[in-house]
Design a protein around this ligand. Structure first.
Ligand SMILES: *[C@@H]1O[C@H](CO)[C@@H](O)[C@H](O)[C@H]1NC(C)=O
Length: 229
């Protein structure tokens, strides 16, 4: 076969070349500063992580250069944050709320809570590292609309109820700043309700019996009169 010696020669040549090439590669970048300019890596920044410092601070503090996601202009109000999970703790009357930062410079966050049509309850300002908080004072059996608002020097992110719209109509199931949740009635309330219904039924039965025997005594049954006579 005419091809085989050629192939063998090529193989030998590659085998001779490859192990020889490896020691030539610079192992230590300090020995050869021009060979491997360090590629910037993304910063360890997660916009949904609680107590996440802003990416620019990571860049300033970090030993090596890293890349941050692009942000909107600081001279514009922030884009809307994204509301994440809302976990309702019915027995405590509170809810744990989680959200993710928008791709905008944020100075602080605030939660807005509507119980029915009307003015929202505004939570305290939360600094820009915060992504999780607890909402207290919820009414068992209540249904609420909740929005997360981000603010910076230029203004606030859009929230439906603030612009005079119906907050209820603007609740999007995903990726929006608002959500709707319900607080189940307290188990104790159910027990009380059951006791209430039971008592009412018992009273009604008694009243019916009393009324029944009262009528019998007044009008009498022929058999009853015969028996007593
Ligand atoms: C932001 O608020 C959180 C929760 O209240 C707190 O733990 C954190 O220290 C605050 N961070 C700054 C920079 O004020």
């Amino acid at each position: 076969m005419p091809g085989s010696p050629w192939l063998l020669w090529l193989l030998a040549w590659i085998l001779a070349l490859v192990p020889g090439a490896q020691p030539a590669a610079p192992q230590d970048p300090e020995e050869d500063p021009e060979a491997t300019p360090e590629l910037p890596v993304p910063c360890d920044y997660d916009r949904c992580r609680h107590l996440q410092v802003p990416c620019e601070e990571l860049q300033r503090a970090g030993p090596a250069a890293c890349l941050c996601p692009g942000l909107s202009s600081p001279s514009q109000p922030p884009a809307a944050p994204r509301l994440g999970e809302v976990r309702v703790l019915a027995e405590k009357g509170c809810a744990k709320v989680h959200w993710c930062a928008p791709a905008s410079p944020v100075h602080h966050y605030q939660l807005l809570l509507w119980e029915a049509a009307g003015a929202p309850r505004r939570g305290p300002p939360l600094n820009n590292t915060v992504r999780r908080t607890e909402l207290g004072g919820l009414r068992p059996g209540g249904t609420y609309v909740l929005c997360v608002v981000a603010a910076n020097e230029a203004g606030e992110s859009p929230a439906p109820g603030l612009a005079g719209e119906d907050p209820d109509a603007a609740v999007s199931p995903t990726f929006g700043p608002c959500g709707r949740f319900s607080v189940p009635p307290r188990p104790g309330t159910l027990v009380h309700a059951a006791i209430g219904v039971g008592t009412t039924l018992a009273l009604l039965s008694c009243a019916t019996l009393v009324w029944h025997f009262h009528l019998r005594q007044h009008w009498g049954c022929p058999r009853h009169h015969q028996a007593t006579a």
